[in-house]
Design a protein around this ligand. Structure first.
Ligand code: CA
Length: 237
C-alpha cells in the first residue's frame, strides 16, 4: 500500500467482529487501532487523530450516537457506523448527527473496503482544496456544477430547478449516503423535512432523465429506509 497508510480507529465491543475488522484491515495495509468502548475510542481519537473512525452503535458504556456527536464537536474526520439490521432508526439518527456512512451487520469485507475508500476520498477532497470541486464524471454522466450543465454521453440533460438542486446536493456528496431528512432540508427547507413523498416524486423524475433503466438505477441508489446515495463508481457494462 502507500507509504503512509490511513489510520483507522475501530470502536466495537463484539470481539469476533473487532478481530475480523482488525485482521482484515491490517491485511489490506491500513494501520488499525482497535478499542472496545466509547470512552476509550474518544480518548484514542483525541490523543492520536485517526484518518477515519468505524464505530459500533451498541457499545457497553455509551451509545454509539454519543460517540458520533462528541467527535463532531471537534472534528470532520469520516465516521462509519456499524449497526444491526433492525436498528434502522439509529442509523438515520447517526447520519443526521454527522456520521458519513453506515454498514449493516453482518457485512462483507468488500463492502467495508468500498465504503472506506469512498469516505477517505471524500475526506481528502474536502481537505485538499478549500475550493470546492465543480466538475464530476461518473459512468456516462458529466456534471458541471459551475456551468450548471449535465451531459449523458453527448446529450445534454435539462432539469427543472428542483431537480437540479436535488442532483447537485447529491453530487457534492458523491458516494456518501444522505438521509431523507438531510435532502429535504437542503432542497426544500426545514419546514419540509417530514415530507418524504417530495423526494420519491423528484427522484423518480431524475432517474427517468439520468438512468438507462429506472428499474435498475445505477446512479441514484436507494438506501432502503435511510435515504439515497449518488454512486461515485458504476460498473461498466
Ligand atoms: Ca455492540
Amino acid at each position: 500500500m502507500q507509504e503512509n497508510p490511513p489510520r483507522i480507529l475501530v470502536i466495537e465491543d463484539d470481539k469476533p467482529i473487532l478481530n475480523f475488522l482488525k485482521s482484515s484491515l491490517l491485511n489490506k495495509g491500513y494501520k488499525v487501532v482497535a478499542v472496545e468502548s466509547g470512552e476509550e475510542g474518544l480518548s484514542q481519537a483525541a490523543q492520536n487523530v485517526p484518518d477515519i473512525v468505524i464505530t459500533d452503535l451498541g457499545l457497553p458504556d455509551m451509545d454509539g450516537l454519543e460517540v458520533v456527536s462528541r467527535l463532531r464537536e471537534w472534528t470532520d474526520l469520516p465516521i462509519i457506523v456499524l449497526s444491526a439490521r433492525e436498528k434502522e432508526k439509529d442509523k438515520v439518527e447517526a447520519l443526521d448527527k454527522g456520521a458519513d456512512d453506515y454498514l449493516t451487520k453482518p457485512f462483507g469485507l468488500n463492502e467495508l473496503l468500498a465504503r472506506l475508500r469512498v469516505s477517505l476520498r471524500h475526506a481528502t477532497r474536502m481537505k485538499g482544496n478549500s475550493q470546492e470541486k465543480t466538475e464530476y464524471e461518473v459512468g456516462d454522466l458529466k456534471i458541471d456544477l459551475a456551468a450548471r450543465r449535465i451531459f449523458k454521453g453527448d446529450e445534454e440533460i435539462h432539469l427543472t430547478a428542483i431537480e437540479y438542486k436535488l442532483l447537485s446536493t447529491m453530487v457534492r456528496h458523491m458516494g456518501k449516503v444522505l438521509t431523507q431528512r438531510y435532502l429535504l432540508n437542503e432542497v426544500w427547507g426545514p419546514e419540509c423535512v417530514e415530507h418524504p413523498q417530495y423526494l420519491r416524486v423528484y427522484m423518480a423524475s431524475l432517474r427517468r432523465k439520468l438512468e438507462d433503466d429506472t428499474s435498475r438505477p445505477k446512479y441514484i441508489i436507494t438506501e432502503q429506509g435511510i435515504g439515497y446515495r449518488f454512486a461515485d463508481e458504476v460498473d461498466e457494462e
